[in-house]
Design a protein around this ligand. Structure first.
Ligand code: GCO
Ligand code: MG
Length: 440
């Protein structure tokens, strides 16, 4: 274990110590955190790498309750860890853990530099930990606290990938045999080498690799557009009409190319086509929408309701992909989902392996509650990760359920976590054949 491995800096104090006392005085001056009886007495950041890096936030209350939050930002993990350690943990001390909304507003409005992936992942971690504490204090799962489940189990999808169509069909068959009723299909492209989203050598797909710099992949959109509609049509013919098929274009296309792809894929009847074009330019979705009825999904890199607003308001998308850690926790994701419901947009929370089991547990509570639920992404974590994060959620026959443990139902074995020190990893980059940097 290195000093980076676990609870790098515990910011906290025992109840009654000077530090906790002065933090309480600070809260009293703000007039915001005196109502409940309990107080936050410690906030610690834990970085662990049981197969890949995760950042967790542990909040402890004077009553001895422990809440866990996920603060993992794939490839930029330590930025969020430092943000929490230096700027957030100290100001949590002495606050009333029950006042989740006030703490959310305090961290969002208080910073002045609003939004952004790092800030919102940090706020998301605090929010998840506080909902966990509230659930443990009440003896209720998070889904109960936010209004109660409208469904007991939720549809989820996982990934099947193949370097060529034959390998993809085999992967789809193997995935169906595991019970999945919805599968995201990604294929290699003739003439291109390894590409993002397609596993190498049949191994489980994990985008972050070791090494000094990122792996460089070569991308050719024309080759992709020539190949993908035919390959996905073969998958549809192979599986029949009922299985839900999804595909992720990973922000690589121009608006015109995106519209052409979405139109060409209409006969495949996808459940959704994801991230067809970079969403910084949201007007691009107007062009895509005008030309196709293929359902569109976007939002795994969105952080707030402001990123989703125009797409929802103009009904340019069908599914919103934000999840609890990326978008400021359960507190903010609820607002996004309610706003999405106005435009009949359904949820489809991001659930790749770079989101920790804490996010998965909290997302599943949200999923069972949210009326306009669509689907939940689920990529199985490694057995090492599952051992570090004992959890109440489970998968069976293509459906997941969060379990009924109080809080979000995900714990961390700190002794085991300490055995997996931070392990620097890099996400790949893509260049066009002439060397131009491209979206991956
Ligand atoms: C997905 C995603 C992931 C992301 C990854 C980035 O749809 O699951 O696109 O594969 O790229 O989470 O960290
Ligand atoms: Mg994606």
């Amino acid at each position: 274990m290195t000093d980076r491995a676990v609870t790098d800096r515990a910011v906290g104090a025992r109840p009654g110590s000077d530090r906790a006392g002065s933090a309480r005085a600070g809260s009293a001056r703000a007039g915001s955190a005196r109502a409940g009886s309990d107080r936050i007495v410690a906030a610690e950041v834990l970085v662990t790498s049981p197969g890949r890096n995760f950042v967790a936030l542990k909040i402890v209350t004077a009553d001895g309750l422990v809440g866990w939050g996920d603060a993992t930002l794939n490839g930029r993990e330590l930025a969020v860890a430092e943000y929490l350690r230096e700027h957030v943990c100290p100001i949590l001390l002495g606050r009333d853990p029950a006042r989740i909304e006030d703490t959310w507003q305090y961290l969002y409005r208080g910073v002045y530099w609003r939004r952004g992936a790092v800030t919102m992942a940090a706020i998301g971690a605090v929010d998840l930990a506080l909902w966990d504490i509230k659930g443990k204090a009440a003896g209720m799962p998070v889904s109960q606290l936010i209004g109660g489940a409208v469904r007991d189990r939720v549809l989820c999808y996982t990934h099947a990938t193949g370097a060529d169509t034959a390998a993809l069909l085999d992967a789809v068959d193997a995935t169906r045999a595991r019970g999945f009723q919805a599968i995201r299909v990604q294929t290699g492209v003739p003439g291109l080498g390894a590409i993002y989203g397609v596993a190498r050598d049949g191994a489980g797909y994990e985008p972050a690799g070791r090494g000094v710099g990122p792996v460089e992949e070569t991308w050719d959109t024309d080759a992709y557009l020539r190949h993908v509609p035919g390959a996905l049509a073969e998958v549809r013919a192979h599986v029949g009409p009922e299985l839900a098929l999804l595909h992720d274009a990973h922000h690589r296309l121009t608006p015109n190319q995106a519209a052409r792809l979405a139109k060409a894929l209409e006969p495949v009847e996808l459940f959704w086509l994801e991230d067809v074009t970079p969403a910084e330019n949201q007007e691009a979705f107007r062009l895509v929408r005008q030309h196709t009825v293929t359902p569109l999904a976007v939002g795994e890199i969105f952080n707030t309701i402001w990123d989703c607003k125009d797409l929802i308001q103009e009904q340019l998308i069908d599914f919103i992909r934000t999840t609890v850690v990326g978008a400021g926790g359960v507190t903010h994701l609820r607002r996004i989902a309610d706003f999405a419901a106005v435009g009949q947009v359904r949820t489809g929370c991001h659930g790749a392996t770079d989101l920790s089991p804490v996010t998965m547990g909290a997302a599943l509570h949200f999923d069972t509650w949210v009326p306009n639920f669509g689907i939940q992404e689920y990529m199985r974590h490694t057995p090492e990760t599952d051992a570090v994060f004992p959890h109440a959620y489970s998968f069976s026959q293509g459906l997941m359920q969060p379990g009924d443990a109080p809080g979000h139902g995900v714990d961390i074995d700190e002794t085991l976590a300490a055995k997996y020190p931070y392990d620097p990893r890099q996400l790949p980059v893509a260049r066009l054949e002439d060397g131009t940097m491209w979206n991956w």
